[in-house]
Write a protein that binds this ligand. Sequence first.
Ligand SMILES: C[S@@+](CC[C@H](N)C(=O)[O-])C[C@H]1O[C@@H](n2cnc3c(N)ncnc32)[C@H](O)[C@@H]1O
Length: 218
Amino acid sequence: MKQIIKKITHPFLKLGLKLFYYKPRSFSYDNIRISVHPDVFPPHLTFSTKFLLDFIQDINLKNKTILELGCGSGIISLLAAKKGAIVTATDINKIALENLEKNSLKNQSKIEILYSDLFENLQNKSFNYIIINPPYYPKKPKNIKENAWFCGENFEYFENLFEQLPKYLKNNIKCYVILSEDCDIKTIQSIAAKNNIFFSLELVKSNSFEKNYIYNLT
Ligand SMILES: C[S@@+](CC[C@H](N)C(=O)[O-])C[C@H]1O[C@@H](n2cnc3c(N)ncnc32)[C@H](O)[C@@H]1O
């Protein structure tokens, strides 16, 4: 476990992120161009966002309802909207949400952007797809930015997520969650199992830095 946390809190990686993100950075995918604020999860230096973007690019999302829970920069939501989906993007990072408003206007994209701690403000909604790139390192987040990386010392994010999720996993809905070999997948799966949620492996992608897994939760 210590190894895992060490990787993300490693001084070189921390310094690299700090130097690169001292100002907003632009990011683009499939002709969608966004500006990413320094306090928002960076899609540039990590692989998970790009893996999810490539993954949803191959899905027919026309007229499907989709929730990106914890949208960060919102690039995944913007791609889904471009593919014809009816998109809801949520986060607890208000800076992320404000910037996504601006980026969606710039890209002439129509998505619903909501502040919501997990499903708190999504009570009466249902979706065909839910996409989650969760924070998965077991440490207490010290500020709003760290919520993108740390799920709480005792995996509180996952405890709450899997307690709330079953209500939404009805009617053949697809709920895709991305995890990395860097995280404690066994513990995360055991928290899900307590709530009768099971992980079915959909896709694996590896590069010289890490291996990522996309699971469908059932
Ligand atoms: C790893 S980032 C992923 C961002 C984006 N989905 C992507 O793939 O680039 C995780 C996101 O989840 C958000 N988050 C953390 N805890 C949350 C919660 N309880 N409810 C909603 N969003 C949360 C963070 O603020 C962050 O934007």
